[in-house]
Design a protein around this ligand. Sequence first.
Ligand code: PLP
Length: 413
Amino acid sequence: MSETTNKKLIFTKEFTRQEPIPEAGIQRAVALMQSGRLHRYNTADHEISEVSLLEKEYADYIGSDYCLGMSSCGSTIYVALKSVGVLPGDKVLCNAFTLAPVPGAIENAGATPVFVEITKDYVADLDDLEQKASQSGARFFLLSHMRGHIVDMERVVDVCDRLGIVLVEDCAHTVGCRWNGRFTGTFGKAGCFSSQTYKHMNSGEGGLLVTDDDDVIAKAILYSGSYMFYERHISKPPLEVFERHKKKVPNFSLRMSNLVAALIRPQLSDLDRQCKRWNRRYTLLASELSGAPYFYIPKRPDKEGFVGSSLQFTLTGVDFSDVEIFLDTCADRGVEIKWFGAREPVGFTSSWESWQYIEDRQELPNTRNTLDFMCDFRIPLTFSMEDCSVIAAVVKQVALEIFGTKDNNHLLS
Ligand SMILES: *Cc1c(COP(=O)(O)O)cnc(C)c1O
């Protein structure tokens, strides 16, 4: 070690602490509880339910024809896959870096994931997509915008059109995000969003499915459990479309409750402002870390209208065996970093190798190599700009301590 004795920096705030629900949401939720009308179809004459209002507002916000509120994003993915025609035994392409509910939704639809490699910038490798599509004959691509990283969407649409592949987008982490000015979730047949606590709008649990397709929305509404009250939706196709499907589509009972919609609606009105607040924090953290030794942070493309509610970086020029020591030391100093390189699934983090219910073992050397050195942490809006500076300082200090002792003493100056 160098002679310099740096004071150990410590961060003390919680990475899992979200902001309170906006007062308007709390008031509306209380009024609903007083009325007892919590079920979306429990409406008085001519009354429009909270869930129906949210669906209309969300469809208008992102510019899609239709929206359906459901119980979680995982359930919207499952229902979207069924509604666009995935049948048991089908293969569904999916980028391998994603969250466990995504392969879970494919499994739930009776289909098998065919994993696509990711690049060093954490997005789906579109060359590998083409190759896997040809090899497997899969007709569906479930693209997961994991941790808010958006791949070149023009190219995705081009590949899907050329190969006759139906695109479904998992936008759990891209609420409020755009590619080249257009919202994610509107590039394919259906888009799936989350309002789970750790995403961009917090209702505890919740999912929103969007589509421009009359048959897809009618089937999704029926699958979600409409009890044949689908005429009470505002965001819906002509009623004859339901006639085509209503006796063929089972009721999976995955509805959204009015209470959930009441919490989301005021957060939707405030979403763009919140996204800017995330991006100020992200930009500060990314600029502090990008210049430092051992850190690689992908440059975000100009077309990527991302929301930096979490930050990922790759440790470079370090030994794999030191990564865990780095993470443990950061944790000791109060900075909780998640690691998709871990061999065992922990908390929210698991990699495709631990989804062993998928029988077909798939080797993905590039994804493995990227995940081995990729670090990931949340940026809750309860963190101030100053907090973000402290986090950056802690992480840089730990990196110098752990990695700098080997042959880089000069970096400690
Ligand atoms: C959170 C998340 C999901 C699942 O959302 P839930 O609402 O918890 O079901 C799916 N995909 C990604 C990328 C996510 O981050």
